[in-house]
Design a protein around this ligand. Structure first.
Ligand SMILES: O=P(O)(O)OC[C@H]1O[C@H](OP(=O)(O)OP(=O)(O)O)[C@H](O)[C@@H]1O
Ligand SMILES: O=c1cc[nH]c(=O)[nH]1
Ligand SMILES: [Mg+2]
Length: 219
């Protein structure tokens, strides 16, 4: 897997990530969602540099202009619910993308430290020969990303595969790297050292779904 850890270079992306981590700035919903969306825009821009480009002749009011524009057929797939603002950010840049949504959530059984990933809802177009972008802000254990990829298998074989994540744990990144095809690209805003006993990224930012949309009852 090609791992693009964008925190390694200084850019405005790090300001957005510092705000979503910061307990004094992350509450209230709107700023958190908007920052995740902005991070989606930046990661989408970086990813776009690896697309297939073709020269097109554009007619301006004053003449003709040759421009290299991408010609990939992009499918954006996000994992509900924390993936929604990240999806919006990507969709701001990939204007004509098709879209897929999947619900993958952690179901905690009697022991709060163990959980399974439940996939219930899946809406997806044909993936054959497309550029598939899987987006989920938190890559903690990596299990949601892998469960999603497995659930998408019956929709076709994409030409290329990109994973987009805001913050990952080193363990989660290593795990997905061992499971996804070698040609997969991971575009990630930061990679943190550890996971706690409940599978949360440390230092991370807390619960991205709750910070975006409010706390949910665990049932
Ligand atoms: O890498 P993993 O260990 O699988 O964990 C990451 C998953 O956890 C979060 O979802 P969560 O289950 O909290 O659902 P939510 O979006 O409804 O909050 C997050 O959005 C990922 O989907
Ligand atoms: O740290 C984590 C792990 C999973 N989901 C989150 O929202 N945060
Ligand atoms: Mg959550």
């Amino acid at each position: 897997m090609y791992i693009h850890n964008l925190s390694k270079e200084n850019s405005i992306l790090n300001s957005f990530i510092s705000e979503i981590r910061d307990v004094t700035k992350q509450k209230g919903g709107m700023r958190f969602r908007r920052n995740i969306e902005r991070i989606g825009e930046v990661l989408g821009y970086e990813l776009s540099k690896t697309l297939n480009f073709q020269t097109k002749t554009i007619t301006t009011p004053l003449g003709l202009c040759e421009m290299d524009v991408y010609n990939n057929e992009v499918v954006l797939c996000s994992i509900l619910r924390a993936g929604i603002p990240l999806h919006n950010g990507l969709l701001n840049y990939f204007d004509t993308a098709e879209n897929a949504f999947i619900s993958a959530y952690r179901h905690h059984k009697e022991n709060p430290e163990s959980f399974e990933i439940i996939v219930e809802y899946l809406a997806c177009p044909d993936l054959n020969n497309k550029t598939l972008i899987l987006a989920d802000p938190m890559l903690a254990t990596g299990q949601s990303m892998i469960a999603t990829f497995e659930a998408l298998q019956s929709f076709g074989t994409p030409e290329s595969l990109h994973l987009i994540s805001v913050i990952g744990s080193q363990e989660g990144v290593d795990f997905v790297a061992s499971k996804f095809p070698e040609s997969t690209h991971l575009w990630i805003g930061a990679i943190d050292k550890t996971l706690n006993a409940k599978g949360y990224i440390v230092p991370g930012l807390g619960d991205a779904g709750d910070l975006s949309f409010g706390e949910k009852l665990q049932k």
